[in-house]
Design a protein around this ligand. Structure first.
Ligand SMILES: N[C@@H](CCC(=O)N[C@@H](CS)C(=O)NCC(=O)O)C(=O)O
Length: 250
């Protein structure tokens, strides 16, 4: 495995999943480095002059932000392309990627609004770090508060995010014409599919993703009631289908 290609990440970040999926799709070996939420900013500032993860270090080059990483990878590793070379489809993929990137913010806010406070959330966030119990116990309340503040987890904003989440699902539905087998653009997987499927994945907990630590069946009734219509919709089924059919891991 290449030690020179490193994806700095939070394991449960859906934006990091988007970059992992693209790297895996292109068959590019990489290692992941999990940064601790909070102190991560010291590293991301230094490496890429941003506050967020993912950041990719590829040999001597460093790129931050999943969209910039996506375009960087398409440029330097054009095998198994995820953006059509020209024409209407290219424009559609570019636009959809941008749209789903914005919906990702609302997915995160709405989902945290539903589940933040459950011990399983902090387990999913911190277990990959193998921290000593005492450290985890100290970090959990600080992180829960930080997440709520940073991502605007307030009832009014969470409710508004729910509307946006549904808007994004309706967009998926229009692109696939109600058929979970179809791709968003054209006849094969593109960056638009990877963006939409990975950024909506926390709501569906596809098997093999970091969110499968929080299976639907183990959620409280209110959460199940909120998620069920999504699971049963064509767009929700589409996310699960893309994971089943197109999400290969190196
Ligand atoms: N536009 C960015 C968004 C990434 C993002 O929001 N990452 C979150 C985790 S899901 C993050 O790093 N948050 C920590 C922070 O803002 O300090 C991208 O596409 O990479």
């Amino acid at each position: 495995m290449s030690q020179t290609r490193i994806l700095y990440q939070f394991p449960i970040s859906h934006y990091c999943e988007k970059s992992r999926w693209q790297l895996d799709h292109k068959g590019l070996p990489y290692v992941t480095r999990n940064l601790l939420p909070g102190p991560h900013r010291l590293r991301t500032r230094l490496m890429a002059n941003i506050d967020t993860l993912p950041v990719l270090r590829d040999g001597k080059r460093t790129v931050g932000d999943s969209t910039r990483i996506a375009y960087y990878l398409e440029k330097y590793y054009p095998n198994d392309p995820l953006i059509p070379a020209a024409g209407d489809d290219r424009q559609k993929v570019i636009e959809l990627e941008q749209q789903f990137d914005r919906y990702g913010i609302y997915v995160r806010r709405w989902m945290y609004g539903l589940v933040l406070g459950q011990p399983a959330v902090m387990d999913a966030m911190f277990d990959p770090y193998n921290l000593p119990t005492i450290i985890k116990r100290l970090l959990v309340p600080v992180t829960e508060k930080g997440v709520a503040q940073l991502y605007g987890i307030r009832p009014d904003r969470v409710a508004a995010a729910g509307e946006k989440v549904r808007e994004g699902l309706a967009l998926i539905d229009r692109c696939i014409k109600g058929d979970p087998e179809r791709y968003l653009v054209g006849k094969r997987l593109t960056l638009a599919d990877i963006a939409a499927a990975s950024l909506y994945a926390p709501l569906l907990s596809p098997p093999g993703t970091p969110w499968d630590m929080m299976p639907f069946e183990q959620q409280p009734q209110a959460v199940q009631e909120a998620l069920l219509p999504i699971r049963e919709s064509a767009a929700g089924q589409w996310v699960l289908r893309r994971y089943q059919k197109d999400r290969f891991r190196l």
